[in-house]
Ligand binder design. Structure first.
Ligand SMILES: Cc1cc2nc3c(=O)[nH]c(=O)nc-3n(C[C@H](O)[C@H](O)[C@H](O)COP(=O)(O)OP(=O)(O)OC[C@H]3O[C@@H](n4cnc5c(N)ncnc54)[C@H](O)[C@@H]3O)c2cc1C
Length: 368
């Protein structure tokens, strides 16, 4: 059976804060964007709405003085994008072709071509895959288990309580040091007898007297219940196999993040980890017409508000890109926003004041 074919001016991949903000701006600019997001996937902990769907209280998103639940915030974003005419498609994109414009995207049932593409596919925190870690109700994720100390550390449930951080790299040291502002004591549980973190981060962590290290140890299980949240972790010494329970009120998994860029591998410029590179103070990638926003291009800030900010930038960048593309008239002539006509045979350009100049572009114009 043949696939449905669609053509769009703007397609956005991902419905987290970045993608939905891009959709709000593009839709208000009458560009009728199509936003594609993957269906819910319990194993990968993904669902339309992005990472905030797996958390509870969001206390730092401006405009909500009393805080808001992550899923409620994303439902608001979505309603706002819908209100201005965003079209939504729930599907995994299985393949993209970015070598030429229009770009082509494939899902199981559709082939979608688009003049501009906004990639807002986000990033995924790496998880341990242990019992108790999954999102509530299957585990205690969002109820004492978190992958973001900046986001969740200041929550009342963690104040003056013992907290556990899992990991041994820079992220873990940063998260653990940050959490000492809130917890009574912070315990870094690490599988090895030394850290992977940079020397400076290690020195900072070792100098912090609210931080303690539990070496050669793995977290096997997160303990607790729906009513009380996290009450502890089950630990085991990786060398001796000795097991024991350790009481704590929160577990922060800090073993890194992975940008969701598998789909674009080999087609778009990324850094060595896989984050999409954007150019200067813009969301432009190395492919004209493809823009990236949010956590998929940001390994530093990784916050909902920064993702939303770059989503706005991507929509404006794509709108400006479209404005400067020539529009093909029924006669075959092309008209640019500046009012120039390129004749159908592409031999001449007629300027707005009536001058006819030869259509010499690129190498030809430079006399090559
Ligand atoms: C537990 C937790 C708590 C957090 N709490 C806070 C907080 O309190 N405050 C705060 O500011 N930030 C918080 N953050 C960080 C915040 O969630 C992220 O910075 C933000 O969601 C990034 O937004 P994004 O739009 O870039 O990507 P994401 O939210 O990651 O959304 C990306 C979307 O793209 C979709 N996608 C990926 N690949 C494909 C594909 N191939 N096809 C189709 N769709 C695809 C995904 O399904 C997902 O829906 C938290 C993060 C976590 C993990």
């Amino acid at each position: 059976m043949s696939k449905e074919t669609l053509h769009k001016e703007v397609v956005i991949i991902g419905s987290g804060p970045a993608g939905l903000t891009a959709a709000i701006y593009s839709a208000r600019a009458n560009l009728k964007p199509l936003l594609i997001d993957a269906p819910p996937d319990a194993e990968k902990q993904t669902s339309p709405g992005g990472q905030l769907m797996i958390t509870t209280d969001v206390e730092n998103y401006p405009g909500f003085s009393k805080g808001i639940q992550g899923p409620d915030l994303m439902a608001e974003f979505r309603r706002q994008a819908e209100r201005f005419g965003t079209e939504f498609l729930e599907a995994w994109i299985t393949k993209v072709e970015l070598q030429q414009r229009p770009f082509t995207l494939y899902t199981k049932d559709q082939v979608i071509t688009t003049e501009t593409l906004i990639i807002a596919s986000g990033a995924s925190a790496k998880w341990l895959g242990i019992p108790g870690e999954a999102k509530i109700p299957d585990g205690l994720g969002g109820h004492g288990v978190s992958a973001c100390a900046t986001c969740d550390g200041p929550l009342p449930a963690f104040r003056n309580k013992p907290l556990v951080v899992v990991g041994g790299g820079d992220t873990a040291m940063e998260e653990a040091t940050f959490l000492t502002r809130y917890g009574s004591r912070v315990y870094v549980v690490h599988r090895r007898d030394k850290l992977r973190a940079s020397k400076i981060m290690q020195e900072k962590a070792f100098a912090n007297d609210k931080l303690e290290f539990i070496w050669d140890t793995a977290v096997d299980k997160i303990l607790g219940n729906q009513k009380d949240g996290v009450t502890g972790v089950q630990l085991s010494n990786v060398k001796t196999g000795e097991q024991g329970d350790f009481p704590c009120a929160g577990v922060f998994i800090a073993i890194g993040h992975k940008p969701n860029t598998e789909l674009f591998k080999g087609q778009i410029e990324t850094d060595e980890i896989g984050y999409i590179k954007t150019s200067g103070h813009s969301t432009a990638t190395n492919i004209p017409g493809v823009f990236a926003c949010g956590d998929v291009q940001d390994s530093v800030y990784r916050q909902a508000v920064t993702a939303a900010g770059t989503g706005c930038m991507a929509a404006l960048d794509s709108e400006r890109f479209l404005d400067h593309l020539p529009i093909v008239m029924p006669t075959g002539d092309e008209v640019t926003m500046e009012g120039e006509h390129v004749t159908a045979d592409r031999e001449a350009i007629i300027t707005p004041d009536g001058h006819i100049v030869p259509n010499k572009t690129g190498a030809a114009a430079q006399g090559d």
